[in-house]
Design a protein. Structure first.
Ligand SMILES: Cc1cc2nc3c(=O)[nH]c(=O)nc-3n(C[C@H](O)[C@H](O)[C@H](O)COP(=O)(O)OP(=O)(O)OC[C@H]3O[C@@H](n4cnc5c(N)ncnc54)[C@H](O)[C@@H]3O)c2cc1C
Ligand SMILES: *[C@@H]1O[C@H](CO)[C@@H](O)[C@H](O)[C@H]1NC(C)=O
Ligand SMILES: *[C@@H]1O[C@H](CO)[C@@H](O)[C@H](O)[C@H]1NC(C)=O
Ligand SMILES: *[C@@H]1O[C@H](CO)[C@@H](O)[C@H](O)[C@H]1NC(C)=O
Ligand SMILES: *[C@@H]1O[C@H](CO)[C@@H](O)[C@H](O)[C@H]1NC(C)=O
Ligand SMILES: *[C@@H]1O[C@H](CO)[C@@H](O)[C@H](O)[C@H]1NC(C)=O
Ligand SMILES: *[C@@H]1O[C@H](CO)[C@@H](O)[C@H](O)[C@H]1NC(C)=O
Ligand SMILES: *[C@@H]1O[C@H](CO)[C@@H](O)[C@H](O)[C@H]1NC(C)=O
Length: 601
């Protein structure tokens, strides 16, 4: 591999130039590319295509058996994650600004035999072709091809992205899901360093969170990742920052990563850590996926297995809005103390799921007494309204995950669902004035049609992580996540589902409502705040500042250094420009952006 590294991309470039120069027929350049990736180039077709008789304007034959499978799997997350063109949320699949340019089924009919749909299936934002990537050579081939043929490139991993950055109309996609492999290190030494950083795990780009947790546990360790079994830890998750329920104590995933291996747009494999390519290392720790190159693998610090406390508190499903608001207020009032106690997870309108690795709370010897005491007020509230509270300590993160986390959101695919979120600073929760503001926000969004019982708030900012950070190698350049992460407590969120068959005007109405929520969240968080770009409203106007704050200019420099031709470009990624909103390439998002901006002007 080491030898090929310097030799192969140039050889390939030469090969492609020779091929492209000699062959005039468009099909032939694809044949040549297919040859250079050992036959792993495929045409990409929308998930539901077998159900249609007209595809991209041509008569095709539908396939009843395949179609009923599509129907059965329509909302199945696992199936979508494993598909080369399976996107968790459909805004990545459709052309959101053009209701006729999509290939969707009526979700009400997918479980009833042969699903019904519009008459025709169109490509939407699904790429034209994809390469099933099995090695860095495939990545280099894709990059060279895109450059030689001015072909837009997209990168698809687990397909979890909310902001459509994992697909692109008219693009060639690199599908990374098959890049598998994990290695455990007792004492990892980053390349170019003479000091080791302790326990770590090297995780290939396509490995999914659930499998990563199991592998860590097999090696007596626990690792931080997201609260969904199918997120790709070393993919867009960590490159955007990466929070998880243990992050208040352990830090963000981007805080904990010690090394990336990446193919940069020039086709070269580079190692980025705190000793080599430090600018790239910083950019990959929060600058966003799909921007600086194709990450092959990342190495993450891990912790020895330790007990974890859990609080799973559930209110009855028929509580009133007022009871929900009282519950939200209680959670807001307790949040700072819970944060100091080491809890992280999710507070919500009808429940709370918190987890905690701090030994003083996650104490097996006291049989959970300290954990129960810390959660006493919440438990009392829940019980007083007929709800339930389980507060317990389990010996291993994997036990906690299997019991509480593994099955969440297994059936949420198959819809157009957009989110908006904002990082709320800790100080809001320290005063009556702040609590009042939080509750006023809840009332305001209620007036806009958002039921408080639907509230969902990740509480995963690196709240007490300072200890953990100090154990990191000295002189690390730091992350590029929004600085607001490091004094935040709640990530207040809201989401909107856009009906599958909504007209353009309906879509604009839904997204205008989302934009209003974003504005209310911004006002609540106050100046200097930011958002988590992986869970943000893609129609946010001041996106550079919202995603990265003071880091943007430096990220742009790094982008220009490693990708001077702008080979990698995605919606509101570093290097995206406001002028791109009006471009043909990004029209599927751009036309809606313009309409929403017009409504909010
Ligand atoms: C159900 C659900 C639960 C979630 N829970 C959490 C959570 O608990 N914590 C959290 O922090 N986030 C969470 N998220 C958000 C998640 O972090 C983002 O969706 C993220 O973009 C997923 O990255 P991915 O690589 O898995 O997905 P993809 O959609 O495949 O990729 C996302 C972006 O990263 C790029 N990319 C992917 N892999 C690479 C690579 N190897 N090299 C370069 N670019 C790459 C893609 O081009 C795209 O731009 C959740 C999302 C969903 C849908
Ligand atoms: C690439 O080659 C493989 C193997 O020959 C073939 O199955 C596949 O259809 C080809 N892809 C394209 C886009 O022609
Ligand atoms: C989703 O599909 C997988 C694989 O076919 C299957 O094992 C799983 O049970 C399905 N999940 C749901 C929620 O239907
Ligand atoms: C590592 O290298 C640095 C500078 O090159 C040196 O100062 C330090 O003593 C070395 N540490 C070890 C453990 O060898
Ligand atoms: C755990 O609980 C035991 C029994 O109450 C107590 O002696 C011990 O100090 C506790 N450990 C921590 C870290 O608080
Ligand atoms: C519970 O609420 C009361 C009254 O608001 C407060 O004084 C106390 O600190 C809270 N926490 C616990 C653990 O009792
Ligand atoms: C969308 O589909 C639903 C059925 O799922 C139907 O009731 C509704 O009228 C349709 N709306 C439009 C705008 O076509
Ligand atoms: C989204 O639009 C649909 C109609 O297309 C509507 O029923 C729904 O209430 C809208 N949601 C929001 C939050 O605007």
């Amino acid at each position: 591999m080491a030898k090929l590294r310097s030799f192969f991309p140039w050889f390939l470039a030469w090969l492609l130039v020779v091929f492209t120069a000699q062959m005039v027929d468009a099909d032939d350049i694809w044949t040549a590319l297919n040859y250079s990736v050992n036959g792993r180039l495929y045409r990409a077709e929308p998930f539901s295509k077998p159900c249609f008789t007209i595809y991209n304007g041509n008569l095709v034959s539908s396939d009843e058996a395949a179609c009923s499978l599509v129907g059965a799997d329509y909302t199945n997350n696992t199936v979508h994650v494993n598909e080369p063109v399976g996107y968790m949320y459909l805004q990545s699949e459709v052309c959101l600004s053009d209701p006729s340019d999509q290939c969707l089924l009526d979700p009400a009919t997918t479980s009833t035999g042969v699903p019904s749909s519009y008459a025709s299936c169109n490509q939407g934002s699904v790429p034209d072709y994809y390469i099933e990537v099995q090695s860095e050579l495939d990545v280099a081939a894709g990059l060279e091809f895109a450059k030689a043929n001015s072909m837009p490139l997209s990168i698809k991993n687990s397909g979890h992205d909310f902001m459509t950055r994992n697909s692109q109309k008219g693009s060639l996609a690199l599908w990374l899901h098959k890049l598998k492999g994990m290695t455990y290190h007792d004492d990892f030494q980053p390349e170019g360093s003479n000091e080791s950083v302790g326990r770590a795990m090297t995780v290939a780009a396509g490995e999914l969170t659930g499998d990563v947790f199991e592998f860590a546990s097999d090696h007596g360790s626990m690792i931080l990742s997201g609260y969904s079994p199918t997120i790709a830890l070393s993919g867009g998750y960590i490159q955007g920052g990466g929070h998880g329920v243990l992050a208040p104590v352990l830090g963000l995933a981007a805080d904990r990563v010690v090394e990336f291996k990446i193919v940069t747009p020039d086709g070269v494999i580079r190692t980025a850590n705190s000793h080599q390519n430090t600018d790239l290392f910083k950019a990959l720790r929060g600058g966003g996926g799909g921007t600086f190159g194709v990450v092959l693998e990342a190495t993450h610090r891990v912790e020895p297995v330790a007990p974890i406390a859990v609080a799973a508190i559930q209110l009855p499903s028929d509580i009133t809005v007022d009871t929900s608001k009282d519950w939200i207020e209680l959670q807001a009032r307790e949040s700072l103390r819970w944060g100091k106690d080491g809890w992280g997870g999710h507070v919500a309108g009808t429940y709370l799921t918190y987890m905690n690795p701090l030994p003083s709370i996650a104490n097996l010897s006291d049989r959970g007494a300290a954990a129960r005491e810390s959660m006493r007020n919440a438990t009392q509230f829940a019980q007083s309204v007929g709800g339930t509270s389980v507060v317990e300590v389990l010996p291993d993160w994997l036990d906690v995950w299997n019991k509480y986390g593994a099955s969440v959101t297994s059936n949420s695919a198959g819809r157009i669902r957009l989110v908006t979120s904002r990082l709320l600073p800790q100080h809001l929760f320290a005063s009556e004035e702040g609590i009042t503001k939080v509750m006023e926000y809840v009332d305001e969004v209620y007036d806009l049609g958002f039921d408080p019982r639907e509230l969902y708030v990740p509480v995963n900012a690196p709240f007490v992580a300072n200890d953990a950070m100090e154990r990191m190698p000295k002189g690390q350049p730091g992350t590029s996540v929004h600085p607001a992460w490091y004094n935040a407590l709640w990530e207040i969120s809201a989401s909107v589902n856009v009906p599958w068959n909504a007209t353009f005007d309906d879509r604009v109405r839904n997204l205008t409502a989302l934009a209003k929520w974003t504005k209310l969240q911004e006002d609540l968080a106050g100046p200097g705040s930011g958002t988590y770009m992986n869970e943000a409203n893609p129609f946010t106007q001041n996106w550079k500042d919202s995603w990265w704050g003071s880091h943007y200019e430096e990220l742009l420099e790094t982008k220009k250094k490693y990708d001077p031709d702008g080979l990698l470009k995605c919606w509101k990624c570093v290097g995206f420009e406001d002028a791109d909103v009006e471009s043909d390439r990004f029209k599927c998002m751009g036309k809606l952006q313009q309409a929403v901006d017009g409504n909010n002007a």
